[in-house]
Design a protein around this ligand. Structure first.
Ligand code: HEC
Ligand code: HEC
Length: 232
């Protein structure tokens, strides 16, 4: 594995400039939106925790990042490619959202939900993962995965292992971060090139272990034979 020390620096400067231009805003005033429960209910059909085949848990993610991604789904920067099945589902899921106010409210709502323990699904070499993380990822996502909003790089502390792994492979294989308008996504896609699946598992195992979601107790796992209602 080889990487030039100049490249991350250059990209960090570029991202800093982009972050400044975008003027990442957070909504601090309490908003009132009459149909918020209904809107949230439409999201948790896929973003709840009932079963494994679902979208990612959004609880506790950065509000600015959630807003940014929802805008990408609304404008087709993400979710427009039917070959990327799970992302395409989300492209359908966002169609009920019509206004910037709804986006802002939902982003704040999910960001303020308490995070939940998750099942540890990805195993790897933690020490190797740490070395790779610190040399390849920390410059944008922070030493503790806390994220850097001025570099439009999200926190990695609320990701379940399976989703983390899936997204890293999508970035590497051109299924995310391919749209010319997707500035952050393209930078991230460039950062993951030449990492093997086993490199990725080591990195993810380290991130989840060191600053990820708490591990769910085996005895607390919900085993249900009932399927949750889904539109697909
Ligand atoms: C039909 C199922 C479905 C519905 C409904 C849905 N989503 Fe999603 N969502 C997904 C899936 C699947 C993904 C993961 C996409 C991928 O694999 O790239 C996703 C991804 C996301 C992401 C990106 C998360 C990240 O870490 O980048 C956000 C934000 C999001 N959804 C918000 C919402 C909100 C808010 C609603 C309600 C308005 C909603 N979703 C409704 C299925 C859905
Ligand atoms: C040059 C800066 C940079 C580097 C280096 C970088 N990232 Fe990123 N990363 C980003 C940006 C910007 C985004 C937001 C992409 C978007 O808007 O879709 C991102 C997004 C992500 C996401 C998606 C999170 C989600 O909720 O879907 C993951 C996971 C991630 N990065 C992990 C990593 C890991 C692991 C490494 C090291 C191998 C890494 N990144 C290296 C800038 C970077």
């Amino acid at each position: 594995m080889r990487s030039s020390p100049v490249f991350p620096l250059f990209v960090s400067l570029l991202l800093f400039a982009l972050g400044a231009c975008k003027q990442i805003k957070t909504v601090s005033d309490p908003l009132s939106l009459d149909n918020v429960d209904e809107l949230v209910a439409g999201c948790v059909v896929c973003h709840g925790v009932q079963e494994a085949q679902r979208g990612p848990i959004l609880n506790g993610m950065d509000s600015w990042y959630l807003r940014d991604q929802m805008d990408k789904f609304r404008t087709g920067i993400r979710g427009a490619n039917p070959d990327n099945r799970s992302e395409h589902l989300m492209g359908v899921g966002i169609r009920n959202i019509k206004t910037d106010l709804e986006v802002a409210y939902l982003a704040n709502w999910f960001a303020s939900q308490p995070s939940q323990p998750a099942i540890r699904t990805i195993k790897g070499d933690l020490q190797r993962g740490e070395e790779l993380y610190q040399s390849r990822c920390a410059s944008c996502h922070g030493n503790e995965g806390q994220g850097e909003s001025h570099l439009i790089s999200p926190s990695l502390t609320h990701l379940e292992g399976w989703y983390f792994y899936q997204q890293m492979r999508k970035f590497r294989e051109g299924h995310r971060g391919y749209d010319p308008r997707d500035e952050g996504g393209r930078v991230m896609a460039a950062s993951v090139q030449n990492l093997s699946d086993s490199d990725l598992r080591d990195i993810i195992a380290y991130c989840v272990e060191s600053f990820g979601l708490e591990e769910i107790e085996k005895s607390n796992r919900i085993i249900s034979s009932e399927r949750s209602p889904k539109p697909f």
